[in-house]
Design a protein around this ligand. Structure first.
Ligand code: UD1
Length: 422
């Protein structure tokens, strides 16, 4: 079992470069199914979730060649299956992103129904309702969703109840070959959706309005393979900006567009963190105590739920009280219970967390509750008194490439340690 061991109190500063966005890379990999032939993706993060998506595509018949650590050549001309089994969907929920592309290419798809996960029920009802409107028929068979479009997919208007990222992406990908015009209202506006639409358009699709609440897709008969660079990871970047706010010393975070972290950076400025924006990154540091600021998560351009734990870590180190409201996922406060072991004072009331700043943490043994919560616990360890050990770090490996090495390069006393199995 691997753990991350952090010795708190050391100076952490310098420059760090983020990888391509996990949440974009996974969908772009799925989208290569739409353009039979050799597609090349660059700036792909080398993380566990990307490896799982690689397995999904290979299982469908694609051939993947790793050109270098961050470049994948994906030949989708050989894709001859439309079945994604439970063993893969259970490893990574985002495997369901192949549903839309498989329907567009083959008019059928079998994808195991994802179960609940540790940040809430995470249903896919909006994916299903939207695809039904496009002419897809579903039946649930022993835990598998069988989707077929006997008459092909036809364009229509789909209004989402909530601006779901996954549902928007599946609908955009499913409708690239649909007959006529598809309109998605209340579409998600995340930068990763824009990246997906850009790649689809480079392939020859006609997707307009990505990044706005209304996306229009005009069906075309075929798409051609492309080479595309994955957008920089705004959440990995935000994690390092939060680290600068926590330790106080200057950290320059490069490789992403600061506009993608708009509200996060403005909230951090209100908290007393200085942010210098650059073309491809920011420089952040803090000279004053952390000011308490209320936060509520919302779909983009609101405050990202994927930055909630790292931000709560900062607020817990403040000296006043504030409220963090989670509006995107039920049950995403597991980090709050864990950081209490390090002395934080956080009370959960439904989807609100009342955070009383305690001014300091004490090192402890803690467990990663999920991907972002795990990273936030490592961050807390950097400023804690004594030694912190974070276990269940496979969560962190899912989405952060060389997290420990990057922190070491900033001067942190942090190590990955393999414990003997009992
Ligand atoms: C994606 C991101 C995740 C991020 C989230 C919100 C990936 C791989 N993951 O997840 O990191 O936290 O966006 O920014 O890109 N919902 C339904 N029915 C549906 C679909 C969603 O009820 O059919 C609910 C979910 O349970 C959740 C909320 O809508 O409460 C938001 O989910 P969604 O935006 O779809 O998130 P994901 O695409 O799963």
């Amino acid at each position: 079992m691997d753990v991350i061991r952090i010795e708190g109190g050391h100076r952490v500063e310098g420059t760090v470069t983020v990888e391509g966005a996990k949440n974009s890379a996974l969908k772009l990999m799925a989208a290569t199914i739409l353009a039979p032939g050799i597609n090349t993706l660059t700036n792909v993060p080398n993380i566990a979730d990307v490896h799982v998506m690689g397995k999904v595509l290979t299982r469908l018949g694609a051939r993947i060649e790793v050109i270098d650590e961050h470049t994948l050549r994906i030949d989708t001309s050989t894709v001859d299956s439309w079945v994604t089994p439970y063993e893969l969907v259970a490893q990574m929920r985002a495997s369901t992103a192949v549903l839309g592309p498989l329907l567009a290419r083959f008019g059928k798809a079998t994808v195991a129904m994802p179960g609940g996960c540790n940040i809430g029920a995470r249903k896919i009802d909006m994916h299903i309702l939207g695809l039904q409107a496009l002419g897809v028929e579903f039946d649930l068979d022993h835990g598998d969703i069988n989707a077929t479009a006997p008459q092909g997919l036809h364009g229509t208007t789909v209004a989402l109840d909530f601006a779901s990222v996954g549902a928007t992406e599946n609908l955009v990908m499913a409708s690239v070959h649909a007959n006529g015009l598809t309109v998605i209202e209340n579409a998600a506006r995340e930068p990763e959706i824009v990246d997906l639409a850009n790649m689809l358009n480079e392939m020859g699709a006609k997707v307009r309005g990505a990044g706005s609440p209304i996306i229009e897709i005009e069906g075309v008969s075929e798409l051609r393979p492309v080479t595309h660079r994955v957008v920089g990871d705004r959440i990995e970047a935000g994690t390092f900006v939060a680290t600068a706010g926590l330790v106080g010393y200057p950290i320059e975070v490069l490789g992403f567009d600061p506009a993608h972290l708009g509200l996060v950076l403005r909230k951090y400025e209100q908290m007393g963190i200085t942010i210098e924006r650059k073309e491809r990154g920011v420089l952040a540091w803090r000279e004053k105590p952390i000011a308490s600021v209320d936060i509520q998560t919302l779909p983009f351009p609101g405050f990202p739920t994927d930055m909630q734990a790292q931000t709560m870590c900062l607020l817990a180190l403040g000296t006043k009280s504030c409220v963090v409201t989670e509006n995107v996922f039920e049950n995403r406060f597991m980090f709050a219970s864990e950081i209490q072991r390090m002395g934080a004072d956080i009370r959960i009331e439904g989807h609100h967390a009342i955070v009383h700043g305690v001014g300091g943490f004490s090192g402890a043994q803690v467990k990663s509750p999920d991907l972002r919560g795990g990273a936030a616990l490592v961050m807390a360890g950097l400023v804690a008194d004594g030694v912190t050990t974070v276990s269940d770090i496979y969560h962190i490996d899912r989405g952060y490439e060389r997290f420990v090495e990057k922190l070491q390069s900033l001067g942190a006393h942090v190590q990955r340690v393999t414990l003997p199995s009992k």
